[in-house]
Design a protein around this ligand. Sequence first.
Ligand code: GLY
Ligand code: MN
Ligand code: MN
Length: 424
Amino acid sequence: MNIDYAARRARLAPQLGLTDEVLLVGAGSPIPRPELSEQHLAFIAHQEYFYLTGHAEAIGGIVVYDAKEKKWTSFVPAVTEEQRVWDGAEQLPGEVLGKFDGWLAARRGRRIAMLGAPLPGVAADAARTAEVREALKHARRPKEPGELAILRRGAQATAEGYAAVQPFLRPGVSERRMQIELEAGFFRGGADETGYHSIVGVGAQSAVFHGSPSTRRVAKEGDFILIDAGGQTDRYVTDVTRTYVAGKPGAFQRDLYAVVQNAFRRACARCRPGAEWKDIHLAAAVDLMAGLVSLGVMKGKAESLVEQDAHTLFFPHGLGHMVGLGVRDAGGVEPGRTKDPRPSLRSLRMDLILRPGYVVTVEPGLYFIPALLNDPKRRAQYRDCVNWDVAGRHLGLGGVRLEDNLVITEGEPENLTAAIPLGL
Ligand code: GLY
Ligand code: MN
Ligand code: MN
């Protein structure tokens, strides 16, 4: 299903709260490698520019809207012979970029809102820019059918990667080998990139949220293996986590996994239109704490532990985020809100009311993280909330996280990544 970007721009314009401003949205420029001046990091057009144009490779491109004339214009770089030869580039449709300065000069004195990558030498109104950015973000939260179709393809490609890695979840295999098999599966399944740097962690490394795979090997039967990875298709990202055990899990691992799985299932079921994301997050935290109390790791009432923020010892991140055009899509706060100051919500990437078409990750986890659990300040503060000797016995075990991508609908959520079997 092709996305009609001109139709999208026409639909969006009245939602941006513009009156008489000029809106400029820049694609950005490639970043040179410091040590090799003729080489650049791979160019990625700014998310806001891409959303409005679909041009992934328009280096320096600018799409503009004159709110008085109610007219969009897209300025695109004139492709050079060198780019045709070296990059196989083709001319994009639109006005040539050289005409942009004249277009802007003809509107001298008008208020400017500037989204995307900032344009050098252009003075924008910072307050209006922030307001328009929020309006655009809010408008692009519900995904269109064309976007959902891309995400479904991405989820399928991601499932191929997870299927491909299954024979390698055993002692002696390195994180790197698993990464290779996983990513090869993504590409075979139709992904054109990985959505982000794949995370593969074995043993204690499974509790390192953004750890990079290395030559580290699964040391022994019973070690955790956590994989957080996904494919990217047409710039849309799938973001999945599964936790496995090499061989047979121990009793505590099985119980810990069951606690996370229960919180995960319940959180997914709560993803209904009208639900407050922060309530779903806190309810998941309560479920996780109730589980840790039943396992003898924590002490007290689950609700009270969450009120005291004690869950952040074992569940220090938010329940999830919006995903789509990038691994962090249009998160943030509900229009008219400011960031909720409650410490228990500090790590949340969004404070939104769920609506049909929103695509969110749901990713509860429990981890034994030495940097948190060996911290004397935390040990003192939460002296009576944790059975510290039990927690201490599991330092080095790592952690468990499950993550799926859900589309909010009028009824039950559609789980895009449900075809990837849960680990245990
Ligand atoms: N893949 C990083 C995350 O789950 O947010
Ligand atoms: Mn993830
Ligand atoms: Mn995620």
